[in-house]
Design a protein around this ligand. Sequence first.
Ligand code: WQD
Length: 339
Amino acid sequence: MRVLVSGGAGYIGSHTVLALIEAGHDVVVVDDFSNAKPTVVARLEALSGQHIPVHAFDLTDVDKTAHLFGIEEIDAVIHFAGFKAVGESVEKPLEYYRNNLDSSFALLEAMRRHDVRRLVFSSSATVYGEHAPVPYEEGFAHLSASSPYGRTKVMIEQVMTDVALATPGQRVALLRYFNPVGAHPSGQIGEDPQGIPNNLMPFIAQVAVGRREKLNVFGDDYPTADGTCERDYIHVLDLAAGHVAALEHLDDMAEPVRAFNLGTGTGTSVLDLFHAFERAVGRELPYEVVGRRAGDLPAFWADPTRAHEELGWRASRTIDDMCADVWRWQSENPLGYPD
Ligand code: WQD
């Protein structure tokens, strides 16, 4: 299929572009490069050996988005594009609602105008909110979120569901990720957060490469085995494979819309991940336990049974694989992608 990947120059998007090409699909990327570097595309072309058409514009522009569907033959859409920093969304809620919702509306409108009926949406485990029983199951009905970012995901899932129910033949997969980490084993593409990393893995990687003094562990007084929070870390290559599996499953889906958890089904603590990274680097790294971060939940992870059974997909890479691949990426690109 010819697949439009929105946000295809981003961390998960770029790894999914590679996986799509390796699975025999053609890819078109649209990205406004507000949170990605153009270098990524050159590296994707080098890794895939293929030319990758790229359209650089803001998807909230309905006319430009519809025009794109007129000039590119699109069979399916994988929608990654969106702002995704939880803390930033609290400071800039209007920007987050406008960008994340309007870009989704523009895509859905363009799909309708051009009769494109296959859609995979990059959602998030954050839609389970603070009260879902762990492990999270897709059938949990009371979706909610504790940040404007998370609430955009809840709202977009609802909009896509309603549109799918009203559009004969449309098929939508809502992929709820947990904590994406890792990098392509080539060391050529990886996570490259702008500024100080919010997330754990890239922060540890920047400590290891000397860009940060030490890791601040946000609390070790949680009700968990070692007192630090537990999360379901999933290798970005497993996540990319999950997107390909969902895309290729759409035409066989009985329901118009279906959510799938993409996770390993196991929790790993902050300190366990940190020590795994030390093993990858081959030396001890500095950390300090500080106060809790507001909003953090002690522990959650996925029940990935539905993806196993219906997509034939299963995460396979270990925490040590994730750390080794991140370390290769970070040590070969100490400052991330060049401008
Ligand atoms: C993991 C653990 C921190 C940084 C976030 C988003 C979520 C999703 C995935 C988009 C927590 C601890 C972190 C640090 C630390 N993104 N930590 N020191 O919060 O589980 O999920 O990313 O969908 O929406 O909320 O991931 O990596 O930020 O934190 O101790 O410098 O690491 O307290 O326990 P999180 P994270």
